[in-house]
Structures are given as structure tokens and as C-alpha cells.
Ligand binder design. Structure first.
Ligand code: SF4
Length: 354
């Protein structure tokens, strides 16, 4: 696989309050604070973490849908390295044809006054890429790929179920044939039975259209099912990043261990051994010195309170930001009595019209 995207030291700091005569900000919410990673062409990289960890802000910053405060984003396109941060608005809009986003809420992300045919075809019209029968053919093709019934393209979004609306949103995001998709909690608002179908649809479309996904979610079971690698975010930074099986079964960061223990288990015969996080979660306006996880980490030492753990390669492809990663024996999803892939996500089948 070749590299598609490289982000280096991305920061998103939101100013808060006003202080002083010149009305300078009283402080900053450090929503994303120095994140670096690469995404390979054709892979699915999961991004997990609790609410407020900065994962959605990071996903939007990668596309510059939110303007990063600093850092570098380099996107490989047609044999050229494109510096996304250096693009003006016109250049950025042109790149958004290749980089799209699927949102969490299929209810509010679709215009209720447009027919499904118009919703899906609108990006082609806005970019002057098709009209007339060519436009209609491309809309029908993408609707069919996404499992929609073409007989229903003249209806309005409110006539569809949540799963169908997410299929419409996916068809709209893919109509320009992008290469890179940020899936921002794309299955979180759906019933569990529908989640599996949408995850399978995304996997099928990835193969058909050679797509690369950044898959943002808080459902660790869905992430285990969908992703090749997973990055764990805590308080605006990456705590750990590794191939999915390694991260789930042999985590090296105490925060990842706690997340693994919290995966719901459908089989009542398995014994859950959750790791409860005690202590306060620090404010992103004033993160602690040293390790940001120290206030909730049961393994914290004096070194953790004074020295910032750098994200380093613990083993090939397995990166961790913890001073004690080599000394700790942490429990993964299996040792917690949790099967990372629950029954409702096994062997789903795609059903058109669901
Ligand atoms: Fe815990 Fe220290 Fe590792 Fe941070 S560096 S996760 S406080 S053991």
C-alpha cells in the first residue's frame, strides 16, 4: 500500500473568553494538540476515544472543514504531494472533490426539500461535472451501488428509514468518486441491526471504488469490525496506534486497556472485568504537565507527572505514548472476557431498502 495522507503536528486550539485591554483570548481549548499519523491508500484507520477527546475535531481538521491552528497535511494525488494547508479556498474546494465526509446524523445532513435524486446529484451539478442523461445515469448507478431502490429516487428524505437515509448520504458523498472519506460516527445513530449492514456496505464500496477511510467512532466493536488499524485519542493527543488485532488483544497504553474492558459483551456466560477510571479528566484548556492521562492512570509514577511521554514505535507498526509501555502487562479485549467482535456484527448481509 502507498501513502495517501500524512498529517504532522496538527493543532486545533479554540479561543475562549476575552481578557485584557486588547480583548485577547483568556485561554484556549486545546481540542487537538499535536497529532501526527499517516494513512495508507485503501486502508481503514479507526479513530476512537471518549467524548471530548478531539476525534471529530481532528477528522474535520484533516479536511480543513475546521481550520487547524497549525501543522501540516500532505495529500498524495495523481503522483503529486499536495500541501493542503497551503491551498486557498478555490484550491481547497477543488481538493474536496477527492476528500469527502459522511456525517453521524442522516436526519439533519440531508436537505428535506430536495428529492433523493437531487440530493445525490447536487455535487455533480455544483461542480459542473454532469447534466441531463449523464447526470441521471450517474445518480442511478451510485444509488444502486448503495443499495437504494431507484424507483424511490423521486421521494423526499423524510420518507426513508434511518438506514436508508445513511445510504443516501453515502451515495451523495461518493457521487464525485472521491478517494478519501472521513466517516464521522457514520453508524452511531443507527439501530445495531442496521449498523452491520451499513458497515458491510462501506466495506463493499471500499473495494469497488478503491476508497480510503478515516473511521471515527466510539463503538469499539464496530471499529474492530471495520478497521485495519486503530488510533486511540485522549485529550487531544494520540495515546496509541496499532493494527486492530494488536491494539485490541495486546494494548500497551493504560487508557486503551480501560477502553477494551468497556466493550459490551453479548454473551452472558463471559465474565466482564471492567477497568474503572478514577480521578478527574483534566480540562483541555489546562492539561496537566507530564502525561495527560496521569490523573486517571493506576500505573502513574513520579516520572509521569513531570515528563511528557512521546509517541514512539514500541514494536513494528505499534506506536504508544507511555513511559512504562514495556514494563506493564495490560489486558486486552479477550483477557477482559470480551469478544471484540460481538454477535450482531458477525456475518451481516446487505439488504437493499433497509
Ligand atoms: Fe500512565 Fe504514566 Fe503511562 Fe501516562 S505515562 S499512561 S500516567 S503509566
Amino acid at each position: 500500500m502507498s501513502k495517501l495522507l500524512k498529517i504532522t503536528d496538527i493543532k486545533v486550539h479554540f479561543p475562549i473568553g476575552k481578557a485584557g485591554f486588547f480583548g485577547r483570548p483568556a485561554g484556549y481549548v486545546r481540542a487537538v494538540d499535536g497529532v501526527s499519523f499517516e494513512i495508507q491508500r485503501g486502508e481503514t484507520l479507526g479513530l476512537v476515544g471518549e467524548s471530548g477527546s478531539g476525534k471529530t475535531t481532528l477528522g474535520r481538521a484533516v479536511l480543513r472543514a475546521i481550520e487547524p491552528t497549525g501543522g501540516q497535511i500532505v495529500y498524495e494525488h495523481d503522483g503529486t504531494s499536495v500541501d493542503i494547508m497551503a491551498l486557498d479556498r478555490k484550491g481547497l474546494r477543488a481538493m474536496w472533490r477527492h476528500m469527502q465526509m459522511i456525517f453521524q446524523d442522516p436526519y439533519s445532513s440531508l436537505n428535506p426539500r430536495m428529492t433523493v435524486r437531487d440530493v445525490i446529484g447536487e455535487p455533480l451539478i455544483a461542480n459542473k461535472l454532469a447534466k441531463g442523461s449523464a447526470l441521471s445515469d450517474r445518480v442511478v448507478d451510485m444509488a444502486q451501488r448503495c443499495g437504494l431502490d431507484v424507483e424511490h429516487l423521486g421521494r423526499f428524505p423524510h420518507a426513508f428509514s434511518g438506514g436508508q437515509r445513511q445510504r443516501i448520504a453515502i451515495a451523495r458523498a461518493l457521487i464525485l468518486h472521491p478517494e478519501f472519506i472521513v466517516c464521522d460516527e457514520a453508524v452511531s445513530a443507527l439501530d445495531v441491526s442496521i449498523q452491520a449492514q451499513i458497515l458491510n456496505l462501506l466495506a463493499d464500496l471500499q473495494v469497488q471504488l478503491n476508497l480510503t477511510y478515516l473511521f471515527i467512532a466510539h463503538d469499539l466493536a464496530a471499529v474492530a469490525y471495520a478497521c485495519d488499524r486503530v488510533a486511540v485519542m485522549y485529550l487531544g493527543q494520540i495515546a496509541e496506534i496499532a493494527p486492530t488485532e494488536k491494539l485490541y488483544y495486546t494494548p500497551k497504553h493504560p487508557y486503551t486497556e480501560a477502553l477494551m474492558s468497556a466493550i459490551p459483551e453479548a454473551d452472558p456466560s463471559r465474565v466482564m472485568q471492567p477497568v474503572f477510571l478514577t480521578g478527574e479528566r483534566p480540562s483541555p484548556t489546562n492539561p496537566p504537565d507530564g502525561c495527560r492521562f496521569q490523573t486517571r492512570c493506576r500505573y502513574a509514577t513520579d516520572a509521569c507527572r513531570t515528563s511528557i511521554p512521546k509517541l514512539r514505535e514500541h514494536a513494528t507498526g505499534h506506536w504508544v505514548a507511555c513511559h512504562h509501555a514495556e514494563e506493564l502487562t495490560l489486558k486486552g479485549a479477550l483477557e477482559h472476557g470480551v469478544a471484540a467482535r460481538p454477535a450482531h456484527l458477525d456475518s451481516p448481509t446487505i439488504q437493499a431498502g433497509t
